[in-house]
Design a protein around this ligand. Sequence first.
Ligand SMILES: Cc1cc2nc3c(=O)[nH]c(=O)nc-3n(C[C@H](O)[C@H](O)[C@H](O)COP(=O)(O)OP(=O)(O)OC[C@H]3O[C@@H](n4cnc5c(N)ncnc54)[C@H](O)[C@@H]3O)c2cc1C
Length: 384
Amino acid sequence: MTLSADHLAIRDSVRAFAKNEVEPIASELDNKGAEIPMPLIKKMAELGYFGLIFSPDYGGSGLDTLSMALVAEELSAAWLSVGSVMTRMIITASLVEKNGTDEQKKRFLPGLCSGEILAAAAFTEPDAGSDAAGIKTRAVKNGDHYVLHGEKTWCTFANRAHLLCTTVKTDPSVEKHKGMSILLVPKRVGDEFNPPALSGGAIPTIGYKGMNSYALAFDGYECPAENLLGGVPGRGFYQLMSTYEIARVQTAARAVGVAQAAFEAARRYAKERTQFGHPIGDFQVIRHKLAHMATQIEAARQLTHHAARMKDTGKRCDVEAGMAKAFAAEMAEEVTSEALQIFGGYGYSREFPAQRYWRDARVFRIFEGTSEIQYEVIAKRIME
Ligand SMILES: Cc1cc2nc3c(=O)[nH]c(=O)nc-3n(C[C@H](O)[C@H](O)[C@H](O)COP(=O)(O)OP(=O)(O)OC[C@H]3O[C@@H](n4cnc5c(N)ncnc54)[C@H](O)[C@@H]3O)c2cc1C
């Protein structure tokens, strides 16, 4: 399906921003392992990228899921990490908009939409990744606070966040899905965290630079009880599941963006690089590689847009979002690898961005629900 004039305008404006503000710095910062500059994050916030899909009543832009997918694709084409900053605010604000009390919506949503409150998602633990309800981090109510003990891992952007959207066990005596809650845990910004109550260390990664992912340890860290999402304990697992569709559409769009960028780079190179007296793009094997890549990207894009449109109708779209996410993740890995191949030896060099796309693309099959978990979600429904 083609995009409307409004959607095209959104896409083009983000594309211009990404081209001017993100692309020129991406490879250098990735090579240095440096973080995304804070002024760039502020600009994205000012442009409304964090509040795109939330109600104007709370400072959002009230746009549809497809608009969000377009923004995520364009930013990620310039640099995956930049396209991934918004993911944290989208997950947290979706949780609050859907499940928060009126008071929590008023207190958190405007800041999450404007970027005054930056958030990180602290769901994964050393022994609980795919099994999101298998967490052990304990939150015990003590007067007007919850006291947290336990470990989280892979909490991306934790250092820069003001708020850790954290899954906790509030009642270990009941069935695991029922004893889980979500706390919106305030913290001070910076790499120091708040030891010994809250400590954190960055995990070295092969890609997805620009944002660090942290192993975190809570040891008596206090969170105001009024920050329990929805005000009633035991609902955390179901609250978390309510954001899976939007997060998976957003992640599929990020994968399409990275693959598109790798494809564009390879296409340009195939026209410029000459061997045996011909541009390598004249060789049928290279032309067909590019044609296959373009086809795969478009298929992933259409699956993503289909899931986004379905989300906007209010219909259940876990299967569609899962298909888009799983397909786009695998497509991105394959397309970025083929792009690197078209660059030959230069593809393996840090001086060309092909290797960055490839390193970045590898994460798509892992986060926001692994491919294996997506296929399990799809299988359950198609086997009903
Ligand atoms: C760069 C990066 C950033 C991340 N950022 C965040 C973040 O900001 N916040 C956050 O909370 N988490 C984050 N994560 C964590 C991510 O969501 C988890 O890594 C992911 O959910 C998988 O969990 P796991 O690593 O524990 O793997 P496991 O769940 O241990 O899985 C290991 C393998 O077993 C497979 N498997 C597991 N269960 C099943 C099953 N039932 N059927 C078939 N196969 C199965 C998996 O697919 C996988 O291949 C990030 C991860 C990475 C790599």
